[in-house]
Write a protein that binds this ligand. Structure first.
Ligand SMILES: Cc1ncc(COP(=O)(O)O)c(C=O)c1O
Length: 434
């Protein structure tokens, strides 16, 4: 008998690009969901610790978001275009501008994180009249030419073509950094020295901006010491170089202790980009920036779908929910339970080389026991073993050997404990199978 998923997989392979990777030996189709759980096409239930890549930020079937989408659809208008006033877009921009901490901020909405970063790069390069950009090694910022151009990860750089002149500085990926063994302050100082060296030896000085993820998402939740970017910003300020924080994964309270990832560094960026969680699944991204930076363009620029009535209705409902339920505090509280639990598992499983992250954004780097040799096969085995036990987790990192644990921000203590139990079983099974 042909399984439904086999048939769907065959059709997927026949018509979709070969480079669109699927998880699992037997990929699944998620057909329904409720809170932090989803059900696949074969009726199997999973606790979801990846949330559609940190995008289902509230989980599934959230009445407030569903009702907001439904009531917009019921009004008969899903799209109008930015040629007309969009009340829900203006309301959302007001909220994001005020939450951003950027004085006199302006917001431009897009449909994706890639497009948000494109917009930020356009602003920075026009404002500074320079196409030179600093990015971080091990970064991921999107799939467009400029997005790939500032992506420092071979696995996600399908082309070297880029409109930008990019130089890569050290990131907070300490586990594999040449400076990784230094104490915090010395590590930061070494990276700052390198930043200064890159600016003075590789650029013409008038660099447009530096763009950085406060915690590198695709790069395996690599987390620099707090204050890292404040030390960077001191150097950038000497040159007038703008600082753009890519908050696509770290925004909206996910890191627990702060609302934006960059807040851990005491830095107010010149611009921030966002996407993923904001619409709880509706396609919305954007840039929030200083007014003089946002308003520096001298030609028209629009994103047809960006911030349309449907997605901004969903995003307003999502953001209101995050704030009304103080999900940032929940991320801190439940994230600590998960983090401690995973650290305990590390003590029992020598193939767990590193556990890092903040809040509900935890990376678990797998290595050959007793070394730092990346073990992508082990990560693959853990993924299969978690799936078999009803738990979905993500994978990433430069070598594909990092488990990414990023549940919806609504995760409960009980769900965290349940997930930890399943993770523990999966680690034991995957390690034993090596
Ligand atoms: C930090 C970061 N920036 C940008 C992007 C690109 O976003 P999108 O896939 O919505 O274009 C991603 C996607 O994973 C991301 O993680």
């Amino acid at each position: 008998m042909v399984m439904v998923s086999d048939e769907l997989l065959g059709r997927h392979k026949a018509v979709l690009p070969a480079w669109l990777a699927l998880y699992y030996d037997e990929p699944i189709e998620i057909v329904s969901g409720e809170a932090c759980r989803v059900v696949d096409g074969a009726g199997r239930e999973y606790l979801d610790f990846f949330g559609g890549i940190l995008t289902n930020m509230l989980g599934y079937n959230v009445p407030e978001v569903r009702d907001a989408i439904k009531s917009q659809v019921d009004r008969g208008v899903v799209h109008t275009s930015t040629l007309y006033l969009i009340r829900s877009q203006i309301e959302l921009a007001e909220k994001i501008a005020s939450l951003s901490g950027i004085p006199d901020a302006r917001v431009f909405f897009t449909s994706s994180g890639t497009e948000a970063n494109e917009a930020a790069l356009l602003l920075a390069t026009q404002y500074r009249r320079s196409n030179q950009v600093l990015a971080l090694r091990n970064s991921y910022h999107g799939r467009s030419f400029a997005g790939m151009g500032i992506t420092g990860n071979r696995g996600w750089s399908a082309s070297s073509l880029t409109p930008l002149n990019v130089h890569y500085v050290h990131s907070g990926y300490r586990y594999r950094s040449p400076f990784g063994d230094l104490p915090d302050a010395d590590f930061v100082a070494a990276c700052v020295d390198d930043l200064r060296d890159v600016i003075t030896t590789m650029t013409a000085g008038d660099v447009a901006c530096m763009i950085a993820e406060p915690i590198q998402g695709v790069g395996g939740f690599a987390t620099p010491p707090d204050g890292y970017f404040a030390a960077f910003k001191e150097v950038l300020d000497e040159y007038g170089i703008l600082f753009v924080s890519d908050e696509v994964q770290t925004g909206w309270g996910r890191t627990g202790e702060h609302f934006w990832g960059i807040d851990a560094h005491g830095v107010v960026p010149d611009a921030m980009t966002f996407a993923k969680g904001l619409g709880n699944g509706s396609s919305i991204g954007g840039v929030v920036a200083r007014a003089d930076v946002m308003n520096c363009l001298t030609a028209n620029s629009i994103s047809t779908f960006g911030g349309n009535p449907l997605v901004t209705a969903a995003a307003n409902a999502t953001l209101d929910y995050v704030l009304a339920h103080d999900l940032q505090s929940n991320a801190a509280k439940v994230g600590a339970v998960l983090f401690e639990g995973i650290r305990d598992l590390q003590a029992r499983h020598p193939f767990i080389g590193d556990v890092r992250g903040k809040g509900l954004m935890i990376g678990v780097e797998l290595v050959r026991a007793g070394s730092k040799t990346p073990d992508a096969a082990a990560a693959g085995r853990v993924l299969e073993a978690t799936k078999a036990r009803g738990l979905l987790v993500g994978k990433g990192g430069l070598f594909g050997n990092v488990l990414r644990i990023a549940p919806p921000l609504t995760l409960t203590d009980d769900e965290a404990t349940e997930g930890l139990r399943l993770l523990g079983q999966a680690f034991a099974a995957a390690e034993g199978a090596a």
